[in-house]
Design a protein around this ligand. Structure first.
Ligand code: NAP
Ligand code: GLV
Length: 318
């Protein structure tokens, strides 16, 4: 069996080949390079160029080395017909990402609840002359947290926050039941979900329905001085609306892991906004060995003619 690989970063390529090879010893794993149109049974991909799909024999499935498939679907929208028709596109399901997301979201929630962000600001502004002053912590009972998206990652994040005693709401397309979480579904329930939230964690996929959802209308429904934590995609956020909301005090602070343009350009205003915390798209990294093992188990299942999870609904966009 032949597996064609296109990796996130050229420097990681040998480690990815080794990991996939060890998860599937009988397979022949080869790294794609321009001009390679030779046969392959499966493709394992992150941000491939359109050329990878040209003049290629039929693949049995394409595996994406991440949870989000927006970049690949955007390629298909820009250059229709790039993705081979009828070939299942499979995303990673958790593979160690849910726990990382929960750690990130819990860190942000506790930091804002206990106002550690504000102690940092005071220290940065005054150094050793910083006033030795107690800030009243936010009452946990009214520190309502909303998680947008209750999939593989959002559901785990919502459960983890609820287990710490936070009041947690969750929002998805179809109705979900999650112990300890108040759930809401569909656009008609979005206002009730948002009403008075003190912190919003975004874990939606980027699709034509969700892009731009983090905007001034959404911010206006939150508690005054609410916090935003965007862990999904930069396309979800209307950056100018966030800047206005922070300037007006409508939002108190934001933690952003993802951006419309990555790396975030040096001249971007977010770099100069002390109330914006920036991380470089690291909230949930793809872990090589768990990812390779998950893909290998799915390939084996497909070879046996069994159904697998994680097949993307291209029409829906996730
Ligand atoms: P997932 O399992 O596909 O879950 C997506 C969730 O969003 C589902 O609950 C879905 O509702 C909901 N949803 C989709 N469209 C919606 C809409 N129009 N209205 C309301 N809810 C909607 O995805 P996942 O594995 O949790 O990953 C989520 C996203 O996280 C990825 O797409 C990716 O962009 C991002 N991500 C970021 C990083 C990072 O390091 N920053 C790492 C991994 C992933 P239903 O359940 O009803 O379908
Ligand atoms: C990373 O952003 C992913 O979608 O896995």
């Amino acid at each position: 069996m032949k597996i064609l690989l296109h990796t996130p970063h050229a420097e990681d390529a040998p480690a990815w080949v080794a990991s996939l090879q060890s998860a599937q010893p009988s397979a022949h794993v080869r790294l794609w390079s321009p001009g390679d149109t030779a046969d392959a049974d499966y493709a394992v991909l992150w941000r491939p160029p359109a050329e990878l799909f040209a003049r290629r024999g039929k693949l049995r499935a394409m595996f994406v080395l991440g949870a989000g498939v927006d970049a690949l679907l955007a390629l298909e929208r820009r250059e229709p017909g790039t993705l081979p028709a009828g070939v299942p596109l499979v995303r990673l399901e958790d593979a160690g990402m849910a726990e990382q997301m929960a750690q990130y979201a819990i860190h942000a929630a506790l930091r804002y609840l206990r106002r550690f962000d504000e102690y940092d600001l005071v220290r940065r502004e005054h150094g050793g002359d910083a006033p030795w002053r107690t800030l009243e912590p936010h009452p946990r009972e009214s520190f309502h947290i909303g998680v947008l998206g209750l999939g593989m990652l959002g559901a785990h994040v919502a459960k983890s926050l609820a287990s710490l005693g936070f009041s947690v709401r969750g929002y998805s397309r179809g109705m979900k039941t999650i112990e300890g979480v108040d759930t809401f579904a569909g656009a008609s329930q979005l206002p009730a979900f948002l009403d008075g939230l003190k912190l919003v964690v975004n874990l939606l996929p980027s699709t034509p329905d969700t892009d731009g959802i983090l905007n001034r209308d959404l911010f206006a429904r939150l508690a005054h001085g609410a916090y935003l934590v965007n862990l999904a995609r930069g396309a979800h956020l209307v950056e100018a609306d966030l800047i206005d909301a922070l300037d007006a005090g409508r939002l108190a602070a934001a933690t952003l892991d993802v951006f419309a343009q990555e790396p975030l350009p040096p001249e971007h205003p977010f770099w100069r906004m002390p109330r914006v915390t920036i991380t470089p798209h690291i909230s949930a990294l793809t872990l090589r060995d768990p990812a390779a093992r998950q893909i290998a188990r799915k390939i084996e299942a497909l070879e046996r003619g069994e159904a697998i999870g994680g097949i993307v609904d291209i029409r829906r966009g996730y």
